[in-house]
Design a protein around this ligand. Structure first.
Ligand code: MSP
Length: 512
């Protein structure tokens, strides 16, 4: 069976889950479900990033050990994912034995390849705060000109720290070549160009160990150093699937790493260069999505305005949240989240379009035909056009999802739903019932129900619970969505004459 490996970033445990975290995870889940439905052997990985100075400091601030903080926050993620119907195959913690072993094996491979050397690293130190700052941190905080501490505003001093370095600069040309010859490696295209010009601007070697804190994976053979958190974190994509025990694990290389745009450089520069040095295949694709603002504002810890999953799940079903996040904003672009937009989209696209087509079709089938499908009579042009649209949808959705174009996939499916509603108007089944044209009435109702069934199958990865309920009304039987395969249910004409559907029961009631 063809394999498919999809990952999310591993989330830092110094913050509780928010909209940004659920976004990537939902997107990855839709891809995983879609690929399983298409018959592929899927491995979907998510997890948490536990090491590093930030986590150590957050734990110290609470007077607990880093592992205690991690243990607490991990539970928040573990509890959340089932609520959002996330079907990950594994959950990796970077504090786990299997992961540490993977990181140390990766380190040794880099060392053996001659890609690591020891030197000095310059840092900025604030004596009163006892905190270390990098040049970038000072620049980002606007504290670079007079070199003061972003926290207490006092002057920081330059210190030298012994550090291991990774020969990133050695891989510059190979990376440029790889990006050029693999146009699908970095998406969207704007991000690819951004990375390419960054790499062409020249790469510096990368400091990959720290001695200023201890919460991390010890450098093999030099325990005073811990491995830089990004080298540690990126290796999760391998350690979770059996590296180093399996050599190159079965699921490697990943089909797609889904990430946010802020961590693009780590995934498209550091990670591929590390893999080249370690003589391992590169991931096939890295897709960087955009960032959400909430009601027009940037989410921030200091403002305390981060949108938490519980705020959403209080009033909206997980399926509706899943649908909205992937429909509202083209994947790859930034967007704004608002409850008004969510309600509006729900009412127009889900309640009015999908819900209405389901309710009216099943209602008419029950009213005129006691819920039973009749034989299909002569097909007219109008029927063939509907079938062609439905059949084209399957291919188009698959192609869109192969490029992570969720919004295009959904728009394509919605187009079929609107076509279905037009088909009802144009064929006016109520008039056929009145005039006693039973053969034509049966044909029209059959086309509607079959269209609905295939729409539900395509929407299943996006809204698994709602679509299961829709399919149960159509099939008049419980549906095991996890076991469903396109090869069995994806073709037009599965339902036969004599099949009885259920009475409609609203899946998307209107919201006021
Ligand atoms: N631990 C690293 C990732 C290591 S992967 C080997 C990390 N963690 S994070 O918890 O800070 O962020 C995880 C993801 O959340 C990132 O992909 C980031 O882009 C995403 N988001 C954080 N805020 C976001 C929004 N406001 N909108 C969309 N996604 C955002 O980085």
């Amino acid at each position: 069976m063809e394999k498919y490996y999809v990952t999310t970033p591993i989330y830092y445990v110094n913050d509780e889950p928010h909209l940004g975290h659920i976004y990537t995870t939902i997107a990855a889940d839709v891809l995983a479900r879609h690929q399983r439905l298409s018959g592929r052997d899927v491995f979907f990985l998510t997890g948490v990033d536990e090491h590093g100075q930030k986590v150590q400091q957050a734990a110290e601030a609470r007077g607990i050990a880093p592992i205690e903080l991690a243990d607490q926050v991990v539970e928040r993620y573990r509890d959340l994912w089932p609520e959002l119907e996330i079907t990950h195959n594994d959950f990796i913690r970077t504090s786990s034995g299997r992961h540490k072993k993977g990181v140390q094996a990766m380190w040794r491979r880099l060392e053996q390849a001659g890609a690591i050397y020891k030197d000095f690293y310059e840092d900025w130190y604030c004596v009163p705060c006892e905190s270390y700052w990098t040049e970038t941190q000072l620049k980002d905080a606007g504290c670079w000109d007079d070199k003061h501490c972003p926290d207490c505003r006092r002057v920081v001093e330059k210190v030298q720290e012994e550090s291991y370095f990774f020969r990133l600069s050695d891989y510059q040309d190979r990376l440029i070549e790889h990006i050029r010859t693999h146009p699908d490696f970095i998406a969207p295209a704007s991000r690819r160009n951004e990375v390419l010009s960054f790499v062409e601007g020249g790469l510096n070697d990368l400091s990959v160990s720290r001695t200023t804190f201890s919460w991390g994976v010890p450098v093999p053979g030099d325990e005073g150093h811990v491995v830089y958190v990004w080298i540690d974190a990126l290796t999760n994509y391998l350690s979770a699937i059996g590296f180093p025990d399996q050599g190159v694990p079965d699921y490697w290389p990943a089909d797609v790493h889904l990430i946010g745009k802020d961590i693009l450089r780590f995934h498209t520069v550091y990670w591929p260069c590390m893999l080249m040095a370690a003589d391992l295949p590169l991931p096939k694709r890295v897709f960087a999505h955009g960032w959400w603002t909430v009601e027009g504002e940037k989410m921030s810890k200091s403002k305390g305005n981060a949108l938490r999953p519980a705020d959403l799940l209080k009033d909206y079903d997980a399926d509706v949240i899943r649908y909205f996040l992937l429909r509202e904003v083209p994947f790859g672009q930034d967007g704004d989240f608002s409850f008004e937009a969510l309600k509006q989209r729900y009412n127009t696209e889900l309640a009015n379009d999908v819900g209405n087509l389901l309710n009216r079709s099943l209602a008419m089938l029950n009213k005129y035909r006691d819920g039973v499908l009749g034989a299909v009579g002569d097909e007219r042009e109008i029927d063939r056009a509907l079938i062609a649209d439905v059949q084209g949808m399957q291919q188009d959705v698959a192609e869109a999802l192969e490029r992570q174009a969720f919004h295009i996939a959904l728009e394509r499916i919605n187009g079929v739903v609107r076509h279905g509603n037009r088909y009802v108007e144009e064929n006016a089944p109520w008039a056929l019932a009145r005039s006693g044209d039973d053969a034509r009435l049966d044909t029209v109702l059959y086309h509607l129900i079959e269209t609905l069934r295939l729409v539900a199958v395509q929407l299943l990865p996006f809204m698994p619970e709602k679509m299961a309920r829709m399919l149960e009304q159509i099939h008049a039987a419980d549906v095991d969505v996890a076991a469903m395969r396109l090869a069995d249910v994806g073709g037009w004409g599965l339902l036969k004459a004599g099949h009885r559907c259920r009475k409609p029961s609203p899946v998307f009631p209107r919201m006021d």
